[in-house]
Design a binder for this molecule. Structure first.
Ligand code: FE
Ligand code: ZN
Ligand code: FE
Ligand code: FE
Length: 156
């Protein structure tokens, strides 16, 4: 066990590292989802979100660079590992194209909801700690994730 945490400032980096791991896992997973999808609007949505996801990982790197304190690496988001694993299970099933697309959307929306929860917390903590630039960057990503989720709802 690490030493007892005594401030929100110490806890604050935790969701950031978690999300950094989550984003990097998604950078690996999204190309497989593009390949598994059939509808062109769904493939475009996954491809577009892959590009956004790379920017999202960079935003977290920028937050750590601004803090001049530590690296975002070193934590594994086991929740995202599980969500991606469920997505892989879906892709291994034998399904008609439209059915597969619906299942892929369901898996992807769980991912977006998880990210929305994580970024909402991280953004609010950054605000409360007075890290205005970090709060802005996290808000930008939160808006990306919400928009991605809404787009998936629309496609579904
Ligand atoms: Fe993301
Ligand atoms: Zn996570
Ligand atoms: Fe996690
Ligand atoms: Fe996302």
């Amino acid at each position: 066990m690490a030493k007892k945490m005594t401030s929100l400032d110490e806890l604050y980096v935790d969701p950031l590292k978690d999300l950094y791991s989550a984003e990097n896992q998604l950078i690996n997973a999204l190309p497989k989802m593009v390949k598994a999808a059939s509808a062109s609007d769904l493939r475009d949505a996954f491809e577009g979100h892959l590009r956004q996801t790379k920017h999202q990982a960079e935003r977290i790197e920028r937050i750590f660079a601004d803090r001049r304190n530590g690296s975002p690496k070193g934590k594994k988001c086991v929740a995202m590992e599980g969500l991606i694993e469920e997505g892989k299970e879906v892709m291994q099933e034998d399904m008609e194209e439209d059915v597969m697309d619906a299942a892929l959307i369901a898996a992807a929306q769980k991912v977006e909801h998880y990210e929305i929860a994580g970024y909402g917390t991280a953004r609010t903590w950054a605000q409360q700690l007075g890290y205005d630039r970090a709060a802005e960057l996290l808000q930008e990503t939160l808006e990306d994730e919400s928009a991605a989720n809404e787009k998936l709802t629309h496609i579904a």
